[in-house]
Design a protein around this ligand. Structure first.
Ligand SMILES: Nc1nc2c(ncn2[C@@H]2O[C@H](COP(=O)(O)OP(=O)(O)OP(=O)(O)O)[C@@H](O)[C@H]2O)c(=O)[nH]1
Length: 227
């Protein structure tokens, strides 16, 4: 499945101008935690693909243009999902890079900790940068090495869909890759559209909550059948 940002519904950020973003969590993390409804998401991808821009767009509806490089900031906020309040934590990360050794991927220890910590994964590439797309498969394998068992809620985001003339990754390749990862492909533009970005993050939260629900259900079935 692919969701393309709708340019007719652009939310440009109301004259925010260009300035360096200093990431400040919307709520203090501890105030934000709702028991059993705390979803932790990490955003991963190569350099310059728009990880920070996507997070900022999702949380503030704004596109600023200039972001502090490799922030690694943790953001938190509450949101209403299907009538229930969920506290969401979103971890920005420094970029990962392909390299020629056996592992194939350069990933800082800080990123490994974030992968271990998270419940859900936003894997981002830029549709204008084929190398960033090539990073995704090894990155996913890296996540799987850290979480070898279980279902990993993941979405694939092809960002910068406003730059169609510079496209290097066809939408079909994004969809095909997402299918092999067991996730959904969202094509989005952090620059031009809030709705597509919002839909992507929301989908991931919903997937994680569904996964928990299935887990609780199956453990109840197991304990009932054990009686
Ligand atoms: N045209 C366009 N530019 C974007 C979009 N998203 C981000 N950018 C620009 O791409 C550049 C990189 O954005 P960042 O959000 O800093 O990317 P990042 O992946 O966090 O980068 P690293 O710090 O290298 O990990 C910035 O100049 C953004 O303004 C988009 O959807 N469209």
């Amino acid at each position: 499945m692919r969701i393309t940002a709708d340019p007719t519904r652009t939310m440009s950020g109301g004259g925010s101008g260009n300035f360096l973003l200093v990431p400040i969590p919307e709520y203090p993390v501890l105030d934000c935690v709702v028991p059993n409804k705390n979803v932790k998401i990490v955003v991963l991808g190569a350099s310059n693909v728009g990880k920070t821009a996507l997070i900022v767009r999702f949380l503030t509806k704004r596109f600023i243009g200039d972001y502090e490089a490799n922030t690694g900031a943790l953001y938190s906020r509450k949101l209403s999902l299907e009538g229930e309040e969920v506290s969401l934590q979103v971890q920005d990360t420094p970029c990962v890079a392909l390299q020629d050794d056996v592992e194939g991927l350069y990933c800082q220890e800080q990123i490994n900790r974030s992968i271990y910590w998270a419940d859900g994964y936003v894997l981002v590439f830029s549709i204008t940068d084929y190398n960033s797309y090539r990073t995704i498969q090894p990155l996913y394998q890296h996540v799987r090495r850290i979480h070898p068992s279980g279902n990993i809620p993941v979405i694939l985001v092809g960002n910068k869909s406003d730059l169609l003339r510079a496209r290097q990754v066809p939408a079909e390749e994004g969809e095909a890759l997402a299918a092999t990862l067991g996730g959904v492909y969202f094509e989005a533009s952090a620059r031009e559209n809030h709705d597509g970005v919002h839909a992507a993050f929301l989908h991931l939260c919903q997937e994680e909550l569904k996964r928990r629900f299935r887990q609780v259900l199956s453990s109840k079935v197991k304990s009932a059948s054990g009686l």
